[in-house]
Write a protein that binds this ligand. Structure first.
Ligand code: URP
Ligand code: ZN
Ligand code: ZN
Length: 466
């Protein structure tokens, strides 16, 4: 099957070019200058021509932080691998990296096998796994090396959630030493969980159970403090570090200081921290529960710093931390006690659109949009140049993006298996027109056109920055 994408502007992280793209089978075979004899000669042999006139032709999005079917807070995130990856495809994301979980008392292998079983044969797009390490001991450290050889090359540790995922500083340092030796990336949930638990208990004792107190008990200072501590531990171990879901200026300051020193410290932020705020958590009644995630949504002033961080590359990536729980039945679990509200927001379908608003508002260039949503995730997580770039030899994961339409985000029209949208009523400029995943057209104009099970597991390499 040969597909010709014709008349568009190809935008890679390196910049825009007026070029037609020829896809053969699962890969991109050539780029030809728009209007050239070479590109013109491809029309004859094409099985399908996608008219991209007036549109941007960009690498398929890579969402490096999702939680499909994740057990959490006595329930499970609402999207399965099938529904979540379908929604991702419709929204222009052609790769997800989800988090497999080691349960306490079990091996990394058991956790990884369980996640393979959930995903295999069900995904609309390609997928990889990070591994959450809940028990740092000598056995799990040995297993880390084995997983790296199997293409699971990044490991998340938690400074938050004591009794669940939490690791002590000593355990974190030990895992970082292992990563320093085997080349893996340590990903850190940087919030001081011990201090937060005290604040939560005190708030509940005062009768402060509404969703907004979730934010009040997780102050930005304790994200900054944990980020600082994680960076120092990584320096001691001589390991690279990736801070997940960074939400606060205090944490960003620590990342900036580390990067200015030349440390291998990287960070992602998420659309919810760029567009939503603590005001959403304080919505009347129990509606604020829809916005409960950790770290929590912050004061709007942090957003200025986060956009600046994306421009200056102090923030390298935008991932969603997609972890949807239905308002009815799931978020309800925490009515009257915010600490029982399952943490997480839906977002996998709208990341490309939301960050494109940054382009329209003058916060980011089009190539930086591509960089933070596709190219840097590919390089950071060992997928480049198979993914993250429109170039001969790369997988034909391509999004044809129309900058002209204006749409309104709504739960009534989204495809995620969750009964509300965190961005309900928000008008966005631009729309995903056509999505190719390894040469197959998986979505067109908001409709899924793929075959379930098309997505395959990606064995990832090591980080390409080091
Ligand atoms: O609230 C969040 N972020 N839920 C997902 C789990 C995590 O810590 O990433
Ligand atoms: Zn986390
Ligand atoms: Zn997460």
């Amino acid at each position: 099957m040969k597909i010709l994408i014709r008349g568009g502007t190809v935008v890679n992280a390196s910049g825009p070019i007026a070029a037609d793209v020829l896809v053969e089978g699962e890969v991109i075979v050539a780029l030809g200058a728009r209007g050239s004899d070479l590109a013109g000669s491809w029309v004859q042999g094409a099985d399908r021509i996608v008219d991209a006139t007036g549109m941007l032709v960009v690498p398929g999005g890579i969402d490096g932080h999702t939680h499909m079917e994740m057990p959490f807070g006595g329930t499970q995130s609402a999207d399965t691998f099938e529904t979540g990856t379908r929604a991702a495809a419709i929204g222009g994301t052609t790769t997800i990296i989800d988090f497999a979980i080691q349960s306490k008392g079990h091996s990394l292998r058991e956790g990884l096998d369980a996640w393979h079983a959930k995903a295999e044969g069900n995904c609309a797009i390609d997928y990889g796994f990070h591994m959450i390490v809940s028990d740092v001991d000598e056995a799990s450290m040995k297993e880390m090396d084995v997983l790296v050889d199997e293409g699971v090359t990044s490991f998340k540790l938690f400074m938050a959630y004591p009794g669940v995922f939490y690791s002590t500083d000593g355990q974190i340092l030990r895992a970082m030493q292992q990563a320093s030796a085997n080349g893996a990336m340590v990903m850190m949930h940087a919030e001081n969980g011990i201090a937060i638990d005290l604040l939560v208990a005190q708030a509940l004792a005062r009768g402060e159970g509404d969703p907004r107190f979730h934010g009040a008990t997780r102050p930005a200072l304790l994200e900054g403090e944990a980020t600082h501590r994680a960076i120092q531990l990584a320096r001691v171990a001589g390991a690279p570090l990736y801070i997940v879901h960074l939400s606060a200026a205090e944490a960003l300051d620590e990342v900036v200081a580390a990067r200015d020193r030349g440390d291998h410290v990287f960070a992602e932020t998420c659309p919810q921290y760029l567009f939503l705020s603590e005001d959403d958590m304080a919505r009347p009644g129990f509606d604020g529960a829809k916005y409960v995630c950790s770290p929590p949504l912050r004061d709007r002033r942090h957003q200025v710093d986060l956009w600046r961080g994306l421009r200056t590359d102090d923030l390298s990536i935008v991932s969603t931390d997609h972890c949807p729980f239905c308002f009815k039945d799931q978020k309800e679990l925490g009515r009257g006690d915010f600490s029982k509200i399952p943490n997480g927001l839906p977002g996998v379908e709208h990341r490309m659109d939301l960050i494109y608003q940054g382009v329209r508002r003058g916060e980011l260039s089009p190539e930086r949009w591509v960089d933070v949503t596709a190219t840097t995730p590919a390089r950071m997580f060992g997928l480049f140049p198979k993914k993250g770039v429109i170039a001969p030899g790369s997988d034909a994961d391509i999004v044809v993006y129309d900058p002209r339409p204006t749409r309104t985000i709504s739960a009534a029209t989204h495809h995620m298996a969750v009964d509300y949208s965190a961005y309900e009523g928000m008008a966005v400029d631009g729309a995903v027109a056509t999505v190719l995943s390894r040469g197959a057209v998986v979505a067109e104009d908001g409709t899924y056109t793929g075959v379930p099970g098309h997505g395959s597991f990606l064995e990832r390499g090591l980080n390409r920055f080091l």
